[in-house]
Design a protein around this ligand. Structure first.
Ligand code: PSV
Ligand code: MN
Length: 394
């Protein structure tokens, strides 16, 4: 059996980045349901993230989005100082090349050289922002793609994307990692320009040595074996990190582990297996990518972080020496049981021990509710921003 002390030590090294956009009002394309306590400014987003980190002790960084979080009248250094004031740091920088009108026909895969340059320049600007705020992670996702057969030249687009990524990579400082995210569909529905991990991998190789693949758990077709992708990328030294969330159908952005906790556990199991094989700690960025439409945003984030720690701790419990022996005997039942027993172990007492040792509340949700943070934030934000109009298309 794996010793409790070892798992507690592993938990010390487990941090998870939360996204600024997880605290803001979001919706579906059918409409938005506003929450009074939702954060409207970067200051409010960092305040909420700081509150989550103070309760959980394992979310020191916040992912930010170019267009949503950096305004013209605020320098990146000021944004970094704001984060520090709330007890967190700026984490991954996510350029936004999917929202502005000029990107109707794509960004770095656009037929127009001028728009491709505009998009690449914005991503390069994100590199500069990263340097200014002390972040070493540039996280790229493109909304580029085709909606109809015949709409564009797939190979020309592939080359344009590779070219732009290479140009961006050339501007990155040595310590920065470029994370490249793939998604099979949405917003494009016929051919997304970076549709799967194979395409992302090839583009990373084309971009340069500091590029790695980012796996967003929601960006796979149902029944795809995500942990196998993770294991392969790890073995190739090409896995950079994760966007965690859960889904029933596609990119549903549901709370991590709410639908299929065994799936995320199996991902962590492969990561721990890689560590066991190589004796090395893979440098991975664990990030949450969820936007909560109906749950209170901070509570959803607290649930997520608690679930992430639980599933990670469970994966650490797998007795890998016993597993190797059982595999050697082709003992399927024992092999599966070793993995499943770890998953079925109640690690909540272990987490309680970890939180106690770090002087954190054992029950983070109860502590949050007792703090009345949400009611205070709602009152302050209502007074500051006024009432919100509901309904309508997003
Ligand atoms: C796209 O669906 C995505 O997963 C990308 O990571 C974006 O940055 C994020 O969602 C925006 O919510
Ligand atoms: Mn994502």
């Amino acid at each position: 059996m794996v010793k409790t002390d070892e798992v507690l030590k592993r938990l010390d090294g487990f941090t998870i980045e939360i996204p600024s956009w997880g605290f803001a009002d979001t919706g579906t394309r059918f409409g938005k349901f506003f929450q009074d306590a939702a954060a409207a400014t970067i200051d409010e987003k960092f305040a909420d993230a700081g509150h989550v980190h103070a309760l959980t002790g394992c979310c020191p960084t916040v992912a930010v989005h170019g267009l949503w979080d950096f305004k013209k009248d605020q320098s990146p250094r000021e944004v970094a100082a704001l984060a520090r004031r709330h007890g967190v740091r700026v984490g991954s920088i996510n350029p936004n090349v999917f929202q502005d009108q000029q990107y109707k026909w794509g960004s770095i895969a656009n037929r127009s050289a001028e728009i491709r340059k505009m998009a690449a320049d914005h991503i390069i600007e994100s590199v500069r922002i990263g340097q200014a705020v002390g972040s070493n992670v540039l996280s790229i996702w493109l909304g580029d793609g085709l909606n109809y057969p015949g709409q564009g030249d797939i190979i020309a687009r592939k080359r344009w994307v590779a070219q732009a990524l290479k140009a961006v990579h050339a501007t990155m400082p040595a310590k920065m990692t470029m994370l490249l995210e793939y998604k099979p569909f949405e917003p494009a529905f016929y051919a997304t320009d970076i549709a799967d991990w194979g395409m992302a991998l090839l583009l990373c190789k084309a971009a340069g040595k500091q590029a790695r693949v980012l796996v967003d758990t929601g960006h796979h077709y149902p029944s795809v074996n995500i942990e196998q992708i993770v294991a392969w990328l790890l073995d190739e030294g090409m896995l950079g990190g994760f966007h965690f969330n859960d889904r029933k159908y596609a990119d549903d952005d549901l709370t991590m582990g709410s639908i299929d906790p065994y799936q995320t556990f199996r991902i962590f199991h492969e990561i721990e297996n890689h560590r066991f094989r190589t004796g090395k700690d893979p440098a991975l960025a664990y990030m949450v990518d969820q936007s909560h439409n109906l749950k209170p945003k901070i509570e959803a984030m607290l649930q997520t972080v608690d679930m992430a720690q639980q599933l990670y701790a469970k994966a650490c419990l797998v007795d890998r020496k016993e597993l190797a022996l059982a595999q050697g005997r082709e003992d399927l039942v024992a092999s599966e049981s070793i993995v499943r027993d770890a998953f079925l172990t109640d690690v909540r007492p272990l987490l309680a021990q970890w939180r106690k040792a770090h002087k954190l509340p054992i029950d983070t949700m109860a502590a949050h509710r007792e703090s009345r943070y949400e009611a205070r934030a709602a009152a302050e934000r209502r007074a500051c921003h006024g009432p919100k109009a509901g309904g309508g298309y997003a």
